[in-house]
Design a protein around this ligand. Sequence first.
Ligand SMILES: [Zn+2]
Length: 247
Amino acid sequence: MSNYAYLDKQKHKLIYAKNCIAKDVGKDFYCPDPNCDGTVRLCAFNSNKVNVYFKGYNHSEDCSFYKNNINCRIDDYNTKDFSPSYLLNYIKKPINNKNKTTSTNKTQSNEINEKKTNKYIHSIKSLYYLAINYPIEEEINGYKISDLVCFNKTSHIYIKYIKGLKLIVCKFHRYDNQNKCLYFNYQSKLGQIKIKACFNDEKMYTNIRNKFYGYEGDVLIFSDWSNDNNYICTTITTSKQITATKD
Ligand SMILES: [Zn+2]
């Protein structure tokens, strides 16, 4: 499922599902994933139960929309509190404090509105799903997706350095027990960029290493990145900063 698709095979001209008209029903469009040759079609046109979206059945196996049944829309979130630093602080908070924040944020609107406005971008997966579902120029509370996420759609922008708070979509490479570091590779347009994630907590390191060792799918890491001579590096302080796309 996706909110947008391309009109042409070269993927230059995009169209949002919400802007489609009756004659677009049944037409072939092209999958938003830059590495997928799949076609998609408009679904739920004129539905008053679900928002209109694109769906395809012939995605490539590593396409971000392959097996993805989540139609994630920015409108479904209350994005007023969203910023990269807020998200990082939020996932670092202990669980007890989080509950307190949610209850004080509750408004006295009716139940439906409350449900909607109480949905926040409080996990790196929510950010990832929004990023794959929108063109990279789209903004979330004033932050452009292209400034937030390093993935296949921004691989022409992040070709050498990645700096600051960003979500990187990468693949597991190797581990170093002595230094409690995990290594990943990020595929840029110009080649692979080496990613190094270090841990201070031995138990967290071991758990995450065991989870990703041998894992061939995409790994999401949200952190404050800096560059040393050989690596884009960071220190992970909560296990919520790192997850698999297919968890
Ligand atoms: Zn696809």
